[in-house]
Design a protein around this ligand. Structure first.
Ligand code: C2E
Ligand code: CA
Ligand code: CA
Length: 761
């Protein structure tokens, strides 16, 4: 199959659409949401930075306020001038520092000597030496020039917030008498407190950059925030991280969304695919499969079967295809009818009979067959017109239909009909045959035709005795009808009757005997003179074969010639006839200038055997070719015209003459015969039978003579038996005569006797 199947194409189209949809989401909608979430996260981070810085600022200002409260106070002022226990007892103690959130507090006098120092529990060391070291550290800061009074310094104990203020009177006037230092250690407690306040875990470490840095990784934004903005000289920075909540949420939402979308897409794809498959492709496939089946089986009655009741386009398509098939079938049936039916009588034709035999599953055990041939049908057409002829045929067809019962009637030739009955025997067939013959004669009488007769042959075939075929049936019928025609028409004969005449029950037996006869000289040639009546002269002889069967006696050529033709033996027989006739007649022919007429049949023409033998015989015997006549029958003309024309022109080149035998038995038109280079027309003896009594026959024969004379053809009238017939022929023509009136076909010796007698006369 070229290209993709519909299903695959649809599948791909849907898949591309879904992929496009997912692509748009992936490359347009997804980045938009991510960007938006990053923006939101940034706002959140900024606000977190603000809140951390606010926590620290608050701490610082609280510490500053506390420092000022204590430093600008008369009691502190008095205390640094005159340190006393009373001040310490009522104001100091590490609980105080703890409450104030201070790690250490140092009172310095004007000389920057420590007057009093107090450490909070947060500061955590009871070790006197450590405290002293720490105090010394702080004093270094105090003394160091340039130190801001509000700063963060690193110490051995971690970073600390350092603040100092001059100690003055409560009214703020006068000179300072000392300095109050407050230290706030940025230790774990402090960090955890501010972390709690800022609601984010904060760490502190030495400064790495001088500005706010926000470092983002997949999950967190890590903030490095310098403490300089809050405290002076603070070489420290705060570190805390903010979860990228919006970003993470969006990402997870998108991930779930994408996954869902993918599943949805796949689901959609499958659903669409299945839907299309079920509603379209599967049904198309069904139609295609059915059509293939129909094509394969070549059964015109098959149709696409539908398993649906709902109507849609596909259903419409199937219906339309079925309608087309119906129409085709109708056309086929019509043309079959035309091919298998005779248009005039509406009876089946010869093809139909053949077809019936070819298509019968098993042949009927026994059939009775009736073959009808209208006598002189041609004459009826000529005298009464085509219309009457047609009416006769239609009438005969209607009679056949009437008697048919379960049988089968067909028109197999111009005036030939066949009637087959599967249950009857010869006896029943004969009854019907008699009836039909009578019906036809009656019909003729009504039309003003006296003596309208039929030739009927009957046969009975038994499949058990001997398997029969269409060919066997037709051959046997041919044999019977041939016999009927040649023994005077107007009668009903059965194959049995003819066969018992020749004592042959089976053709096979005859074949064997014919071969034997050829080898062992059982054939003999009789010769029948062909004479010119006035003045009397023997002009030629026709060689007619005879078979003297040693057991069965003489067998008529009317019986064995058709069989020999059928069996292909006619060519061998014909060769023998030609050679024998030439050798027997040559002497007489040459000395009395007699022509020799021999019969050839279709088969001998077709297989070239006759021409071949003729060349040999003529060169072997030096027989004068112009004395040889070749008789072909009209039925031969109906065969291959071109072949026949070739045959005739070859003979003409050899100077051999051509006779058309049995003119009037067939149905060929005159113009058709004119296309052949004929020399002699032999008018069939049936034309002579009714002479001189039958007016119609007389008219017809007269017409024929006129026509053939006009055409410049020589004529031989066959079957002249009575003087009246001879008189008629003499009166109307210069035709030659062949008939019992002068002589029957006779053996050679008798012919010689006849010749002697007539030559003497
Ligand atoms: P056909 O060629 O038409 O021969 C004339 C037939 O009419 C002969 O029958 C002859 O005996 C018969 N006939 C002649 N004059 C009269 C007459 O006045 N009255 C009547 N009632 N009959 C007459 P035959 O000899 O029985 O031959 C029958 C047919 O057999 C021939 O018809 C011819 O078709 C065929 N046939 C005979 N010999 C040969 C042959 O050597 N080769 C071939 N192919 N066919 C042959
Ligand atoms: Ca003949
Ligand atoms: Ca003849």
């Amino acid at each position: 199959m070229v290209g993709l199947r519909v299903q695959t194409k649809l599948f791909i189209a849907i898949a591309i659409n879904i992929a496009l949809f997912i692509g748009i989401i992936l490359f347009v909608i997804k980045p938009y949401f991510i960007e938006k979430s990053i923006d939101q996260d940034e706002v959140m981070i900024r606000s977190q930075v603000d809140s951390v810085s606010e926590v620290f600022s608050n701490r610082r200002s609280m510490l500053e306020r506390t420092l000022i409260d204590w430093a600008v106070w008369n009691d502190s002022y008095d205390f640094v001038i005159n340190p006393n226990e009373e001040f310490i007892r009522s104001n100091m103690g590490y609980e105080t520092l703890e409450n104030l959130g201070i790690s250490a507090m140092l009172f310095l006098n004007e000389n920057q000597d420590v007057v009093y120092s107090e450490f909070s529990r947060f500061y955590a060391s009871d070790n006197e030496a450590e405290r002293e070291a720490f105090t010394n550290d702080i004093l270094r800061f105090v003394n160091a020039s340039g130190i801001k009074q509000n700063a963060v310094y690193g110490t051995d104990y971690g970073p600390i917030v350092f603040m100092s203020h001059p100690i003055v009177r409560s009214d703020g006037k006068g000179t300072a008498k000392g300095t109050l230092v407050m230290i706030q250690k940025i230790g774990p407690d402090f960090i955890s407190a501010v972390s709690a306040q800022a609601k984010t875990p904060i760490t502190i470490r030495p400064l790495s950059h001088n500005r706010l840095i926000i470092d983002q990784d997949e999950k967190f934004a890590r903030v490095s925030m310098p403490l300089q903005s809050i405290y002076q000289d603070a070489n420290w920075e705060l570190n805390f991280s903010v979860k990228r909540t919006y970003y993470l949420n969006t990402m997870s939402m998108l991930q779930t969304g994408m996954f869902g979308l993918l599943i949805l897409g796949l689901g959609l794809l499958i659903t669409l695919f299945l839907t299309i498959h079920r509603f379209i492709t599967m049904r198309l496939l069904h139609i295609v499969t059915e059509l293939k089946q129909i094509t394969h089986e070549r059964n015109g009655r098959l149709r696409i079967r539908s398993n649906r009741r709902s109507r849609d386009e596909i259903e419409d398509m199937a219906t339309t295809i079925n309608n087309v098939l119906d129409a085709l079938e109708e056309t086929k049936t019509e043309s079959l009818n035309r091919a298998f039916r005779d248009s005039l009588t509406r009876l089946p034709n010869r093809l139909a009979v053949e077809d019936m035999f070819a298509n019968a599953a098993t042949p009927a055990t026994q059939i009775a067959v009736l073959g009808i041939d209208l006598d002189n049908f041609r004459r009826i057409n000529d005298q009464f017109g085509q219309r009457t002829g047609d009416a006769l045929l239609t009438f005969l067809a209607s009679r056949l239909n009437f008697y048919k019962e379960d049988g089968f009637a067909a028109r197999i030739g111009a005036d030939e009909f066949i009637f087959i009955h599967p249950k009857w025997s010869t006896r029943e067939m004969r009854l019907v045959a008699n009836q039909i013959a009578k019906d036809v004669t009656d019909w003729g009488r009504k039309q003003g035709m006296n003596g309208l007769t039929t030739s009927i042959g009957i046969d009975e075939l038994n499949h058990i005795d001997r398997p029969y075929t269409y060919e066997i049936m037709m051959n046997r019928l041919d044999v019977v009808l041939h016999e009927v025609k040649h023994s005077g028409k107007n009668q009903i004969l059965s194959y049995d009757e003819i066969e018992s005449g020749s004592h042959y029950l089976h053709m096979l037996e005859m074949e064997r005997d014919l071969r034997y006869a050829l080898k062992h000289g059982e054939f003999e040639l009789y010769y029948q003179p062909i004479v010119s009546p006035s003045p009397f002269a023997v002009r030629g002889v026709e060689a007619l074969i005879r078979w003297n069967h040693p057991v069965k006696g003489a067998i008529s050529p009317g019986i064995f010639i058709p069989v020999a033709e059928q069996l292909g033996l006619i060519s061998d027989i014909g060769r023998w006839v030609l050679r024998q006739a030439v050798s027997e007649i040559q002497e007489h022919a040459h000395s009395h200038h007699l022509f020799l007429s021999v019969n050839v049949s279709k088969r001998q023409i077709a297989d070239g055997s006759f021409l071949e033998e003729l060349r040999h015989v003529l060169s072997d015997t030096k027989f004068k070719a112009n004395l040889l006549h070749v008789e072909i029958t009209e039925s031969e003309v109906g065969g291959n015209l071109f072949e026949l024309q070739q045959f005739i022109s070859t003979l003409k080149e050899m100077n051999v003459q051509i006779s058309l035998d049995d003119f009037g038995v067939g149905t060929s038109s005159l113009s058709f015969l004119q296309s052949l280079q004929l020399d002699i027309i032999k008018i069939d003896q049936n034309f002579v039978k009714g002479i001189p009594e039958n007016k119609f026959d007389r008219a017809l024969l007269e017409g024929l003579y006129q026509t053939f004379h006009t055409l410049g053809l020589d004529i031989v009238t066959e079957g002249v038996e009575r003087p009246e017939q001879l008189a008629f022929v003499l009166e109307h023509s210069s035709s030659l005569i062949q008939g019992y009136h002068y002589s029957k076909p006779v053996p050679l010796a008798q012919l010689e006797h006849y010749l002697k007698k007539t030559v003497l006369v």
